[in-house]
Design a protein around this ligand. Structure first.
Ligand code: R5P
Length: 300
C-alpha cells in the first residue's frame, strides 16, 4: 500500500495525495530555539511495510527545507517503509550541475545524492534546471515538464505567439512547450558574469516585429534574466510579451523589475508554498499533472 507524508513546505501535496486516494500520515515538525529542526512521524506503525510518498519542496529557506526533507526520509526508513518516493517540485541547488570555476562543488549532484543516501528510492521533481543533477537516481528519477500547461494559459492573452527561450539552456523547455501547441520557438543569447551574476544579451537576429511573444524559463529568481529579455524583445518591435516560468522565487526587487520590463503578464506554476499577490502574476495549478505522473509511476 502507498501512504503519504506531507511536509509543511508543500501544502499542495495534500491535494495530490487526495487525488490519488492516499492515506495521509501526519508529522510533527518543529524548530528548536537554536534553529535546529525536528520531525516525528505520528503513528509510525502505519508506515511499516508500506510505500511512502513524501511531499516537500525546497524553497524558501532551501537549507532548512532540504534538511527537513532528509530528516523525514530517514524517519520513514527507520519506521519500516519498504519504499520512499520523494516528490520535490522545486529542487534547490540544481543550477550548480557542474564545476563552472575551479574549486567549486557540484551542489546539485550532492543534494540528490543526499536524498538517495537518506533512503529515497525514487525522486519526482518538476522542471529541474538540469537533469544532470538527477544522475544519482538513474532511471528512478522523474522530471515533470509543465511548460505546456503554462503555454496553454498564456494563449488566453496572446495571438499565435512565438515562444522564446531567454538563453540556449532554456531552449529545450521552450520548444517542448511550443511543440505541444504547434508554435515556433527561438532563443536569445544570454551571458552571465560568473562573479557578479549580472545578465547581458548578445545581439542576435530574431524576427518578432509585430508578433506576440511568450518567454519561457524555468526559474525567476531576481527577475534579471526575464526582465532584460523582455526589454530586448519589446525593443525589437514585439507587440506583447507574456512570461511563463515554472518556479517563481521572486527574490528582493524581482516583482518591481518585472513591472518595469513592460511584460504584460507573468505565469508561474504552484511549485512552492509561497505565492506573491500582484496584478501581473498568475499561478497555474499543476497538481493534476503531478497526480497523473505519480499514478503512472506508482501503478496506483
Ligand atoms: C538560469 O540559467 C535559469 O534558467 C534562470 O534563467 C535564472 O536562474 C533566473 O535567475 P534571475 O531571475 O536571477 O535572472
Amino acid at each position: 500500500m502507498h501512504v503519504a507524508i506531507i511536509l509543511s513546505e508543500y501544502p499542495a501535496g495534500l491535494e495530490v495525495a487526495l487525488k490519488l486516494g492516499l492515506e495521509v500520515i501526519h508529522v510533527h515538525e518543529k524548530e528548536f530555539p537554536d534553529g535546529e529542526l525536528y520531525v516525528r512521524i505520528l503513528e509510525p506503525e502505519r508506515v511499516k511495510s508500506n510505500n511512502v510518498v513524501l511531499f516537500s519542496t525546497t524553497y524558501p529557506r532551501q537549507e532548512k527545507a532540504l534538511l527537513k526533507t532528509l530528516l523525514a526520509i530517514d524517519a520513514a526508513r527507520r519506521a519500516g517503509a519498504v519504499g520512499i518516493t520523494a516528490v520535490i517540485p522545486y529542487l534547490a541547488y540544481a543550477r550548480q550541475d557542474k564545476m563552472f570555476l575551479p574549486g567549486e562543488p557540484v551542489s546539485g549532484g550532492l543534494v540528490t545524492w543526499l536524498l538517495k543516501s537518506a533512503g529515497a528510492g525514487q525522486l519526482v521533481t518538476v522542471d529541474v534546471h538540469s537533469t544532470r543533477v538527477l544522475e544519482p537516481f538513474q532511471d528512478k528519477a522523474v522530471n515533470i515538464l509543465v511548460s505546456d500547461l503554462l503555454v496553454a494559459r498564456a494563449l488566453n492573452y496572446l495571438d499565435n505567439p512565438v515562444v522564446i527561450a531567454p538563453d540556449k539552456g532554456a531552449l529545450e523547455r521552450a520548444c517542448y512547450a511550443a511543440r505541444a501547441h504547434g508554435l515556433n520557438c527561438d532563443f536569445l543569447v544570454k551571458q552571465r558574469d560568473r562573479i557578479t551574476g549580472e545578465v547581458s544579451y548578445v545581439p542576435r537576429e530574431i524576427s518578432i516585429s509585430g508578433r506576440d511573444v511568450l518567454l519561457v524559463d524555468d526559474i525567476i529568481s531576481t527577475g534579471g534574466t526575464v526582465a532584460e529579455a523582455t526589454r530586448i524583445i519589446l525593443s525589437k518591435g514585439a507587440r506583447r510579451v507574456v512570461i511563463a516560468a515554472t518556479h517563481g522565487l521572486l527574490v528582493g526587487e524581482a516583482v518591481r523589475r518585472l513591472e518595469e520590463s513592460g511584460a504584460y503578464r507573468i505565469l508561474l506554476a504552484n511549485t512552492l508554498s509561497t505565492k506573491h499577490a500582484h496584478p501581473l502574476l498568475e499561478y497555474v495549478d499543476i497538481t493534476n499533472k503531478i497526480s497523473a505522473e505519480l499514478k503512472r509511476l506508482l501503478g496506483i
